[in-house]
Design a protein around this ligand. Structure first.
Ligand code: GRF
Length: 194
């Protein structure tokens, strides 16, 4: 199945997914149709090109959301993706986008989406000294981090004394969980819960 990976920044989740496609659990299950960014200068885009992935970008700067999203939909359709995988794509998707790929857009959020939505989830866990947080992979709907949960995995935060430590532990879990959840989805083993 063909994956379009969307990012806006660093792209560590994208790297984990591409590694899983090239040499890991997603081998023979998925291929990367394109890595797309709304920031042409996103570091993750250059990283994706170095990994041998097709890349594309359109700058969202100064653009109206619905118009921009309609262009992105057209661009992505050209790559014929089966699933859109958001990996640090820092935009809320407009209805035109959601409808074009209904039920086929995934996101990863570094907290339990029932407890925390939006930015700064690791800061939230760190500042509240949570003993654990939960990485969530979910389907994207029109809300902010509100779609049906596909998978969650806890991260033990006890003894994590800095925000960097919290992030490091969380990202390690993100990278495993995202690829493993895609495997489950692509082999038809996922039960979708609300
Ligand atoms: C990750 O923490 C992800 O859960 C969130 O944005 C961050 C992106 O990091 N949605 P990266 O670009 O994949 O390194």
């Amino acid at each position: 199945q063909r994956l379009a990976i969307l990012l806006s920044g660093r792209g560590s989740n994208m790297v984990a997914l591409v590694n899983a496609v090239q040499n890991g659990v997603l081998r023979e299950l998925a291929e990367v149709a394109v890595v797309f960014s709304n920031h042409p200068e996103a570091p993750g885009l250059a990283t994706a090109a170095n990994l041998g992935c097709p890349t594309a970008s359109l700058s969202s700067q100064g653009r109206k959301r619905a118009e921009f999203d309609a262009e992105v939909v057209e661009l992505l359709r050209g790559y014929q993706p089966d699933y859109l995988v958001l990996a640090g794509y820092m935009r809320i998707l407009s209805p035109v986008f959601i409808r074009a790929f209904a039920g086929r857009i995934l996101n990863i959020h570094p907290a339990d989406t029932h407890q925390h939505q939006g930015l700064h989830a690791y800061e939230w866990a760190f500042e509240n000294q949570l003993p654990e947080t939960k990485i969530t992979v979910h389907l994207v709907d029109e809300g902010l981090d509100t779609g049906p949960v596909l998978a969650q995995r806890p991260v033990d935060l006890r003894g994590a004394n800095t925000l960097a430590e919290v992030e490091q532990r969380g990202l390690a879990v993100e990278h495993e969980l995202y690829a493993e959840t895609l495997v489950q989805l692509l082999v038809g083993q996922l039960k979708i819960e609300n």
